[in-house]
Design a protein. Sequence first.
Length: 226
Amino acid sequence: MNLDFSFVPEYIPYYLEGVKYTLVISLITVIFGAIFGSVLFFMKTSNFHIWRIKPLKIIAVVYIEIIRGTPMLLQILIMYAGSKMFFGIDLSPFTSAIIAIALNSAAYVSEIVRAGIEAVDKGQMEAARSLGMRKSTAMVLIVIPQAIKNILPAIGNEFVAIIKESSMASIIGVNELMFAAKVVVGSTYRGLEPYIVAAGFYFIMTFTLGRIISLIERRMKRSDSR
């Protein structure tokens, strides 16, 4: 088997453009996913009720279960095709991908937030309440700042996962890295080598980000030990 990578210098701009879109999609979706995921967590733990029914909790639980129980690829396709049909909004492929991936990420981030907050010693909340703080105030001032140390590394890992999962956006024509690889395949008639190059770029992005996350985790542990 003879692999030929002589096309790489000519087509490297396509890959770099794809890397740019991949990183932009991943960064935007992880930010909005973290925000919406936090909202979902507070909805899920809300005590707001009408009679004995907790509507916010029901909505959050149903949403999380549906999103986690269906493929992201299907969610991207539904967002792209369904936005016009149901809401009369003609979303671009790029916008559709960002919304779908962010909504998907939010379901997982809500569980990350839950685990991070539950990892904080319950005595912190009890001590704050004994001092006369309201539960919401204690959560914002005492619990959440401590939980962030538990949440940030996991959010970083979610960022790594989104970089890889963003490749599914190529199915609706978003010019990210996988789409760029497909363009190169069509132009060079090489069925394997363009995907190997794309895999190299994915590895560089995820490996670099993984090392950054590990560094942050070590710094956090060092600060905790002082």
